[in-house]
Design a protein. Sequence first.
Length: 276
Amino acid sequence: MKKVSYFLSIALMGVLVACGGGAPKQEVAEGKCGAPEYKVVCNPQVDISGYEVDEDGYITLFDGKTFTGWRGYNKDAVPGRWVIEDGAMKITGSGAGEGHVEDGGDLIFARKFKNFRLSVDWKVSKGGNSGIFYLAQEIEGQPIFISAPESQILDNKYHIDADLGIEGNRQSSSLYDMIAAKPQNSKPFGEWNTTEILVSKGTVVHFQNGEKVLEYHLWTPQWTEMLQNSKFSQKDWPLAFELLNNCGGENREGYIGLQDHGDDVWFRNIKIKILD
């Protein structure tokens, strides 16, 4: 596909700053839904008005050469274990599990998106585990998944998580711990897969390798019920329940994130189309 570069309209793109002001700060949010107070970390948003856009309207978020626009979750730089290898981002596995080393941690593109279609190519090492987060908020002292739905990335054959959860809801491209991706058509470790995530006014659809594998609807009674039946229930984890359930009614946009789960994982061809 031939690509062109041009400036998108000011209405969509300009410089945006979360929570106002030009420097990082924190705002204390009152807990609802039974959750305690928490601190939202507010950072300047990346200006993407000059980013490359293809003829279908997809904005290239990773150029295959630099980490421009990316940083660590709740950090001001890219953690050292994230490198660029053969045109792909790679998280170099620590073997210590999720974000348990100082130079590791999850990566985010430093601009919030609301309605979009995201496409990411990925591959895992043998037994590899990772995830793609969306609509994430930065919460002081909390992991990214406390506020963000996750499209699972997994070696379904060799990672134990494939057999945990309920009816495959922790397998590749599933809504982690809530909805299984069906058909389960992921490719083996070492081979490239493509995940697409559509978010439009609360409707979310996951695609894997060109096939629709699940659909659900955020901020509905059905969504609340799914949360209550998951590890993010109000009883077990009230802050996660509040943030994922959008109890405050304000977090309708958020960051795209890539997970460091301690394993080698590669990402490339990361692009997004902003929807009305």
